[in-house]
Design a protein around this ligand. Structure first.
Ligand code: ZN
Length: 308
């Protein structure tokens, strides 16, 4: 591993998916899943659409799940070239209670129990029993365990994970209709596990509600992000310039399996434009859209936040 890459990536930063109507998405993730709405904003590239963020009470990187909310609904297709699902780490003793609340099926994967279900718009969502979670307090609920990437050929994706990001191969298991290869980071970073799913049947992903748009990994700081960007460019991977995403700085590239990857910084953070105690309570717009607030609010459906 090159000198600048002796520091592994710090796990997941966020996962961004596409949902159907915002209110149904909000009700499921705040009421059924009990995560906190930490930001109400719009898709910066399409401001007629909500972009809702959920996470732990303190909105920490490694817990952030965001959705582009499509009011017109429709469905996407999970398949090769996109992330298949994301998983939260859950107290093993609470797994059956979660199943009673949410439904879904429990299976065993790499020695741990996993509850698998779908959200109201068809997104694959999992809860993985993790003994470390029992020791955390309730405010810590909502930290990711892992993400699963669906790829036709795992090898080139695995090379990015191990040679650039610092993951190590854990093992392989057969599942229904395919095989799963597990990679993990050293230490206890939130979302330190990435699974690669290789299906027997050739299915290509088609974006839409119920599918994941991109997976964002967490750089330790801007210098780490710059080192990772340089390492990717040196391998011949096309990477974007650093983009200002208001709450963090981000670079993007498509990994060889077709999944859109992002590498994001922690700063400036989700409390940039509203106090931590009030996150998610009102629509926040980036400076370029603030002059159009009335028009934008007019086109968005009103949201009933309820008790989070
Ligand atoms: Zn992102």
């Amino acid at each position: 591993m090159a000198d600048e890459l002796k520091t592994p990536i710090a796990g997941l930063h966020h996962v961004t998916a596409i949902s159907g109507p915002a209110q149904e998405n909000l009700d499921f993730y705040t009421r059924a899943m009990r995560t906190r709405l930490i930001k109400q904003t719009v898709n910066f590239d399409a401001p007629e659409m909500y972009h809702l963020y959920y996470g732990t009470q303190d909105a920490r990187p490694g817990s952030v799940l965001t959705f582009f909310n499509r009011e017109e609904g429709g469905t996407g297709q999970a398949g090769a070239g996109a992330a298949l699902g994301f998983a939260y780490a859950v107290d093993p003793a609470a797994l059956v209670d979660w199943q009673a609340r949410l439904g879904g099926q429990i299976s065993t994967r790499f020695g741990a129990q996993v509850l698998s279900l779908r959200d109201p718009h068809g997104q694959v969502l999992e809860l993985v029993a993790d003994a470390d979670v029992g020791e955390r307090d309730a405010g810590d609920w909502g930290v990711f365990h892992s993400v699963t990437l669906w790829v036709e050929d795992p090898a080139p994706t695995a090379a990015i994970l191990t040679e650039v990001f610092g993951y190590a191969f854990v093992g392989e298991e057969r599942g229904t209709g395919g095989r799963r290869l597990r990679y993990a980071l050293p230490g206890d970073a939130p979302g330190r596990v990435v699974d690669l799913w290789q299906a027997e049947a050739p299915v290509r992903a088609r974006p839409g509600p119920g599918t994941i748009h991109h997976v964002a990994f967490r750089a330790r700081d801007a210098a780490h992000q710059a080192a990772l960007r340089a390492a990717l460019l040196a391998r011949g991977t096309q990477v974007t310039e650093v983009k200002d995403r208001q709450y963090f700085k981000a670079i993007y590239f498509r990994e060889p399996g077709g999944v859109l990857f992002e590498i994001a910084t922690d700063g400036p953070g989700f409390d940039l434009d509203e106090p931590m105690a009030e996150l998610g309570q009102r629509l926040m717009l980036p400076p370029q859209y603030e002059p159009r607030r009335a028009e934008i609010e007019d086109r968005l459906p009103p949201l009933v936040l309820g008790a989070a």
